[in-house]
Design a protein around this ligand. Structure first.
Ligand code: ATP
Ligand code: CA
Ligand code: CA
Length: 423
């Protein structure tokens, strides 16, 4: 399965934070969810619900182990977003809060964010900077609009935005999002792809020792990796990627990447499980009859293909049936329907022995002053088109060109130039 972080026990430095986050979510989300559904208003996007928790408890909040304050941002908007992503409300709460167990994934980025997995690895809690928090609130309406029109979006799925304030005044903002990687499958290679060359090589000698390392663009290029997508998937994938990138460009976002996990069915899982034993390995909740899934899958793909042909963005928002079982929601999404990912296909759309787990992550960095300063300094040393801090329009064009050039059969010469000596 997935790489396991450090379980947070009572003696862990961040136990109190975890307790407060999960308590806030449990109370905040269930309060909002208990109310009848109603259409969103403009005020919902800027709304924040405050909760004050203490060890005594009061009419509004139950007694808890620690004193802290909690804010639930735009709860009605996120409630609707969770619905678009076919998350069952009780399922969501159970996964996160039925037992107070999270595991912490150190600090994988340079940003100082912390990542926590829910007990079942379906959800990731990421602590974010105040500026990222403000930014998400400012784009929430457009993000919501985009998700509504693009049910197959590859963008990070945000399920909630919250803040915990500790008694000494420390404020911690965090989002809850989808874990792109499945709990039941080994990821044999991981890439974080931006379409940039500068600083985009993970040392190969270190990579050999650490199979869980997140590799980068130049590793991908030097290893001659490609997305194997037959004609059918290719057109859908490219179209969705184009739409998502367009939104990120319009919102002035940069620094995002296509996180890609590769599962090789021939290698199987470290437990020695192979494809022929797949069904045994599926968590019960995910068991759906193969035939039913196939029908659903075909219908979905047809709908998106038609929308692509008509270039009709509205048509991409077509209604699906609600899933009957929990945690099967991913099966309704074209790029997440094969064991939670996207099966590689060949020239005749035949299935190949690889599953891709991918999505666009880290989408909360606007092109701000900081980036302009970075641009200025780096620009003196390097070709200005190759550093990562270019203008959002250029960043998006380069990102899209790189991913497209990485799809087998596409012309590699459309790949943005990546000079080895620039490393
Ligand atoms: P930086 O800004 O330095 O890139 P960051 O703290 O903003 O870092 P991200 O880029 O969001 O972090 O993510 C860092 C790593 O965490 C990714 O490379 C990936 O390994 C893991 N990760 C992030 N989001 C997800 C996700 N949705 N599913 C699975 N893994 C994820
Ligand atoms: Ca990143
Ligand atoms: Ca970041």
């Amino acid at each position: 399965g997935v790489l396991v972080g450090n379980l947070i026990g009572q003696d862990h430095a961040n136990y109190v934070l975890m307790y407060n986050m999960l308590t806030g979510i449990r109370i905040g989300v269930s309060r909002c969810q208990a109310k009848g559904k109603r259409p969103l208003t403009d005020a919902d996007y800027t709304a924040r619900h405050k909760f004050s928790f203490d060890i005594v408890g009061n009419e509004l909040t139950p007694s808890v182990k620690y004193d802290f304050k909690f804010k639930d941002y735009a709860p009605w908007v996120f409630r609707e977003l969770r619905e678009y992503f076919y998350l069952d409300p009780s399922d969501y709460l159970i996964s996160l809060t039925a037992k107070y167990i999270l595991s912490e994934l150190g600090s994988p980025g340079k940003s100082g964010s912390f990542f926590y997995f829910s007990r079942d690895y379906r959800f990731i809690i990421k602590t974010i900077r105040h500026s990222e928090h403000k930014f998400l609130r400012s784009i929430l309406k457009e993000y919501h609009e985009h998700v509504k029109k693009n049910p197959h979006t590859l963008l990070s799925r945000f399920y909630g935005l919250h803040r915990v304030k500790l008694p000494r005044g420390k404020k911690i903002h965090f989002v809850i999002m989808n874990n792109l990687f499945p709990p039941h499958r080994d990821i044999h290679e991981t890439y974080d792809l931006k379409g940039s060359a500068i600083g985009r090589l993970y040392p190969e000698d270190k990579a050999q020792q650490n199979p869980h390392a997140t590799l980068k663009d130049l590793n991908w290029v030097q290893r001659h990796r490609q997305f194997w997508l037959g004609p059918e998937k290719k057109v859908l994938f490219e179209e969705q990627l184009r739409r998502d990138t367009e939104l990120l460009q319009r919102l002035g976002i940069m620094d995002y990447s296509l996180l890609t996990g590769i599962h090789n069915l021939f290698k199987g899982n470290s437990e020695g499980l192979r494809e022929d034993k797949l069904t045994v390995f599926q968590p019960d909740a995910v068991k759906v009859s193969r035939k039913a899934t196939q029908v659903k899958r075909d219908a979905d793909a047809t709908a998106l293909r038609k929308a692509v042909e008509r270039s009709d963005p509205q048509a991409l928002g077509g209604k699906h049936e609600l899933p009957q079982t929990d945690s099967s929601e991913r099966r309704l999404f074209i790029f997440y329907q094969d064991e939670g990912g996207m099966r590689a296909t060949g020239d005749h759309n035949e299935e190949l022995g690889v599953i891709y787990y991918l999505g666009i992550i880290d989408i909360l960095t606007p092109y701000t002053l900081v980036k302009r300063i970075e641009h200025f300094f780096k620009g003196m040393k390097h070709n200005k088109h190759m550093i990562s801090a270019v203008h959002p329009r250029e960043y998006g064009d380069r990102f899209l060109a790189f991913i497209k050039s990485s799809i087998r059969g596409n012309d590699e010469s459309i790949r943005p130039q990546m000079y080895e000596h620039e490393r």
